[in-house]
Write a protein that binds this ligand. Structure first.
Ligand code: PLP
Length: 290
């Protein structure tokens, strides 16, 4: 696999950083993941905008202009041997000669990218939906920043992995926040509902696409807090992310989502949203971002 490290393109297996890198010592850095379809980076401007918000949020100077980022990303995509990719970008506060929590002075950031094949959900998962569990949200109060400090997410995600489930949905103060690496949407009585973009969730790029598609197609939707009780009595649930796109949730803590004949199966609104998402993706690949 191909990588980029501090100005050089190289095979990923040859990339090396210092053990004093603050990303390694403190998880002091930010990241992005950009999906690439047929070598076309999806919503790159939006990803770079969110990246800038993450830089600002941790008081780290962005080492590149958007044009420079675009050039690096496009070259990495061109040099990678697959059409559908996920480009991972990470910038840390660099490697000082000592270990000290305070920001180092005159230390260049470490800039690292690599591209891997984009592997979405399997055909079976798409068709049947997936199982998820819930857990308390134990993260900090700036979940809107995409930082590499992911230990709470990792521990939370592992709870679902341990029981063979695909995602862990987090609850804080009786309210739905998000999945360990996804945003969550529910449908109740035909209305799509998702929590607002505040400090408690990551402002997902796919979350925005889904809400834009709902607005474009005049599908009723509301952005408001979702209680645990509402989550558990939802007619439909799905998760969104750059790698999962729109993925139906079939069971929540072992209980089928929804009622009647469709209980435990992807519902009509979920299927519709996924279909709109796929059409939109094709459109973007043909004509560029709308
Ligand atoms: N929420 C969290 C905590 C995430 O880590 C991610 C993606 O990695 C998302 C939501 C979904 O964001 P996006 O749609 O931009 O991939």
């Amino acid at each position: 696999m191909k990588a980029y490290l501090d100005g050089q393109f190289l095979p990923l297996s040859e990339a090396r950083i210092s053990p004093l890198d603050r990303g390694f010592l403190y998880a002091d850095g930010v990241y992005e993941v950009i999906p690439v379809y047929s070598r076309f980076p999806f919503r790159i401007d939006e990803h770079l905008r969110r990246f800038q918000d993450s830089f600002d949020g941790i008081r780290l100077a962005n080492p590149h202009t958007n044009d420079e980022w675009r050039a690096i990303i496009l070259r990495l995509i061109a040099e990678s041997g697959f059409d559908d990719q996920q480009v991972y970008i990470q910038v840390t506060r660099g490697a000082d000669i000592k270990r000290d929590q305070c920001f180092p002075k005159s230390v260049p950031p470490t800039v690292f990218l690599f591209s891997a094949p984009l592997t979405g959900p399997s055909a079976v998962q798409r068709e049947a939906g997936v199982a998820v569990i819930t857990a308390p949200d134990m993260r900090w109060s700036r979940c809107d920043l995409k930082t590499v400090s992911l230990l709470p997410n990792i521990l939370t995600r592992q709870l679902s992995a341990d029981v063979g489930c695909t995602e862990t949905i987090m609850l804080r103060d009786g309210l739905l926040t998000e999945g360990s690496a996804t945003n969550i949407f529910m449908v109740k009585d035909g209305v799509i509902v998702t929590p607002p973009k505040d400090h408690r969730i990551l402002p997902g790029i796919t979350y925005d696409v889904v809400l834009e598609l709902a607005a474009r197609h005049k599908a009723p939707h509301e952005i408001r807090p979702v209680t645990e009780a509402e989550l558990r009595s939802a007619d439909e649930l799905w998760m969104t992310s750059s790698t999962k796109e729109v993925l139906a949730i079939a069971t929540l803590d072992g209980q089928p989502v929804g009622k009647g004949a469709l209980a435990g199966k992807p519902g009509p609104v979920t299927r519709q949203l996924h279909a709109w998402f796929c059409t939109y993706k094709e459109e973007v690949m043909r004509h560029g971002d709308a």
